[in-house]
Ligand binder design. Structure first.
Ligand SMILES: CC(C)[C@H](C(=O)O)[C@@H](O)C(=O)O
Ligand code: SF4
Length: 470
């Protein structure tokens, strides 16, 4: 029998038709919806008088525009008129089309990519899409998950299918064991540093190797989440016992006899041992240091012991210009060390790193300590209301507040400037999110991406600090 990659298997099981021009029509098992990328799609359906074909295959949750304070006020408490209207419209559209909605006041509300897996809506072997680039996150459960555009959102709502071109496959292998204090975030930042932001364009990445096998599902989600920042459309991790243990008992997971049947099928969701990948990249996990971005793109990253590059050493004029511009925006000098750089704010949150395991790690580092008095603000924004509840039950929220963190309600928050949580011009932020573009966290804001452990270390010292020496 031909040897197949996990991606090939997921693809083959969902092809409904092959279309002229090399595209295929893929069946979509699950569609997740948020307030920012869906309004035009619903409007397009209304205009064409087309109903949603399978309302129950969809699930909607507001996350980008929601405030992370005063949530008891519900939608009327959203101060920004545009944000309020986006969330209202999502509620109206879901009511009209009978699409299940987790609303602002629901304890399960949170970032769509945290809520999907948590609720068992993301299952191994399914195809899942959402009008959001970080949909790749869900691939951690051996799910074929892809971000789609607004016109595709309309297509999926109406037909439960997607026109897609088969991707090439890239296996990224991490061999060996991570050093203490080095996490999945550092793995994926180091990968983006090597591949570049366009390095995996046209590929689906499968993460493999013993360092990946040892990761929890939460950490695998961090890897898959940032696949898109290397240009890949999808990230995947093969099914194993860790996956099985994570999915068991979730609200959307099968039960009883159906569970047993599902698990028998899911066990085949691995790449065959001699399956051929179009490309392979290998990393030595043991050699990885904690990573910190210094520039305005996730590929502008260095180990924490490293230095900001010098544009004068660039190979060509174009690189020199882009480096100079990035350093200028970031307020950095060529060749300066990253360690010791003073930070104004700390943001621990986002669909990259706001799950319970991330918060446990932060709590273990800040327990019984006080944050640096030179910080203007440090906020922790759980990925969902259920993560928040769990953290409160475990006493983590008390640890955070005693240390000096603000403890917020769930949402995208300061990951992007679409709600009340923003940086002011010139402010420097240690952030656990996934994008450091100019203005991403607020106009003129300066973002340094890092792991939750490194953000906790920065919060304690007020400067960029190697968590391993804490
Ligand atoms: C607003 C949304 C469509 C966007 C995305 O597609 O990723 C956002 O989530 C982001 O992280 O930039
Ligand atoms: S947390 Fe950030 S990256 Fe994730 S969906 Fe929200 S805005 Fe996008």
């Amino acid at each position: 029998m031909t040897q197949q990659t996990l991606y090939d298997k997921l693809w083959d099981r969902h092809v409904v038709d092959t279309l002229p021009g090399g595209e295929s029509l893929l069946y979509i098992d699950r569609h997740l919806i948020h307030e920012v990328s869906s309004p035009q799609a619903f409007a397009a359906l209304r205009e064409k008088r087309r109903p949603v074909w399978r309302p129950d295959a969809n699930m909607a949750v507001p996350d980008h525009a929601v405030p992370t304070r005063n949530r008891e006020l519900g939608v009327p408490g959203i101060r920004d008129a545009l944000a309020r209207q986006q969330v209202r419209r999502l509620e109206d559209n879901c009511r009209d089309q009978r699409i299940p909605l987790i609303d602002l006041t629901d304890q399960r509300q949170g970032i769509v990519h945290v809520v999907g897996p948590e609720q068992g809506l993301t299952l191994p072997g399914v195809t899942l899409v959402c009008g959001d680039s970080h949909t790749s996150t869900h691939g951690a459960l051996a799910t074929l998950a892809m971000g789609i555009g607004t016109s595709e959102v309309a297509h999926v709502l109406a037909t439960q299918t997607l026109r897609a071109r088969k991707l090439k496959t890239l296996r990224v292998r991490f061999d060996g064991e991570l050093d203490e204090g080095v996490t999945a975030k550092d793995m994926v930042l180091a990968m983006i540093g090597r591949l570049g932001t366009a390095g995996a364009t046209g590929y689906a990445i499968e993460y493999a190797g013993d360092a990946v096998r040892r990761l929890s599902i939460e950490a695998r989600m961090t890897l898959c989440n940032m696949s898109i920042e290397a240009g890949a459309r999808a990230g995947l991790v093969a099914y194993d016992r860790v996956t099985e243990d994570y999915v068991r008992g979730r609200p959307g997971a099968p039960r009883g006899e159906l569970w047993d049947q599902a698990v028998r099928r899911w066990r085949g969701l691995v790449s065959d041992s001699s399956a051929r990948f179009d490309r392979e990249e290998v990393f030595d996990a043991a050699a990885l240091e904690p990573q910190v971005t210094w520039g305005t793109s996730p590929e502008m990253v260095a180990p924490v012991s490293g230095r900001v590059p010098d544009p004068a050493a660039a190979d060509n004029d174009q690189d020199r210009a882009s480096l100079s511009r990035a350093l200028d925006y970031m307020g950095l000098e060529p060749g300066q060390t990253l360690e010791g750089l003073p930070i104004d704010r700390v943001f621990i949150g986002s669909c990259t790193n706001a799950r319970i395991e991330d918060l446990r790690l932060v709590a273990s580092l800040v327990r019984g300590r006080r944050l640096s008095p030179r910080l203007k603000q440090a906020i922790i924004v759980p990925g969902s209301g259920l993560v928040r509840l769990q953290a409160e039950r475990e006493g983590l929220a008390d640890i955070f507040e005693c240390a000096g963190f603000e403890w917020r309600a769930a949402g995208c928050s300061m990951c992007l400037g679409m709600n009340d949580d923003r940086l002011a011009p010139g402010e420097r932020c240690a952030a656990t999110s996934n994008r450091n573009f100019e203005g991403r966290q607020g106009k003129g804001g300066r973002t340094h991406l890092m792991s939750p452990a490194m953000a906790a270390a920065a919060a304690l010292t007020g400067v960029i600090t190697d968590v391993r020496g804490l």
